[in-house]
Ligand binder design. Structure first.
Ligand SMILES: NC(=O)c1ccc[n+]([C@@H]2O[C@H](COP(=O)([O-])OP(=O)(O)OC[C@H]3O[C@@H](n4cnc5c(N)ncnc54)[C@H](OP(=O)(O)O)[C@@H]3O)[C@@H](O)[C@H]2O)c1
Length: 258
């Protein structure tokens, strides 16, 4: 898809969490291509975040890097404040930051369960609350998109904690849509399927082959596929859509399960 066919988001400001990571970078690139000013949030991936900021600026866009550990309420609020300080407002939050370790349920330590619940669900809650507070202060209006996963609706081996946490993200999305709707703030989720990353074919040939067989569109997703869905949900094209989960999985969810 060419950037010319994206909705026009010029004049809007988007904060993308975890944008030093793979999918977050793709999401931030699509918002920048749509004309939005982008706050590129990172926790430890400072260099990739700063490279992305430089790339967006070199292409004529507006971007700034914003650090925070989103498990901490004060830092989550700080990321939103830094976005407003850089660009004067915040219109869009994409809750992309998350953690996805793999561990079989019988061997799963309680600490890892907690880490994955906090690292996916609590970070989404804290950033959403912080961004919505600024949107309301400004008189309301805005859009929040949370990256869940098809595993929030369908379990996967080694991901009991992750599936439960993404299910929590999906319900948080609906609850937030319910409570923030009267302020004109729309809250939706995007549930990606398996997304390409460097080396995935080499590291997990069996998983990739199974995915290709199960996907009607026969390919893995790209970070840009996920970003396009986020841009759509954040744009005026989705002005009457809130509390929904947009599945972006090449059709895997349409595959018979038995
Ligand atoms: N990859 C897939 O196939 C897939 C499929 C479905 C859904 N997803 C979801 O898509 C999102 C992005 O995944 P990805 O594959 O791009 O993973 P990734 O490359 O590991 O990126 C995730 C980013 O989240 C950030 N993060 C984690 N914990 C954080 C915290 N406490 N505070 C602030 N930032 C934190 C990390 O930031 P730093 O690196 O700066 O520390 C990391 O860059 C996740 O929510 C994931 O669950 C991925």
């Amino acid at each position: 898809m060419s950037s010319g066919s994206l909705p026009d988001l010029s004049g809007t400001v988007a904060l993308v969490t975890g944008a030093g990571g793979m999918i977050g970078a793709g999401i931030a690139r699509r918002f920048a291509a749509a004309g939005a000013a982008v706050a590129v949030h990172y926790r430890t991936s400072r260099e990739p975040a700063e490279r992305l900021v430089a790339e967006v600026r070199a292409a004529g866009g507006r971007a700034t890097a914003v650090p925070a550990d989103l498990r901490d309420a004060e830092q989550a609020d700080g990321a939103v404040r830094a976005t407003v300080a850089a660009f004067g407002r915040i219109d869009v939050l994409v809750n992309n930051a998350g953690v996805q370790p793999v561990r079989a349920l019988p061997e799963m330590p309680p600490e890892q369960w907690q880490e994955v619940m906090t690292g996916n669900a609590a970070v989404t809650f804290l950033a959403t609350r912080a961004a919505a507070a600024r949107m309301i202060e400004r008189g309301g209006g805005g859009s929040i998109v949370s990256i869940a996963s098809i595993e929030g609706s369908q379990p996967a081996f080694g991901h009991a904690h992750y599936s439960a946490a993404k299910a929590a993200v999906l319900m948080h999305t609906r609850a937030a849509a319910l409570e923030y709707g009267r302020y004109g703030i729309r809250v939706n989720a995007v549930s990606p399927g398996l997304v390409e990353r460097d080396g995935i074919e080499r590291d997990w040939p069996d998983g990739v082959a199974r995915w290709r067989r199960a996907a009607p569109l026969t390919r893995l997703g790209t970070p840009e596929d996920v970003g396009n869905a986020c841009v759509f949900l954040a744009s005026p094209l989705a002005s009457w859509i809130t509390g929904q989960n947009l599945v972006v999985d090449g059709g895997v969810s349409a595959h018979p399960t038995w």
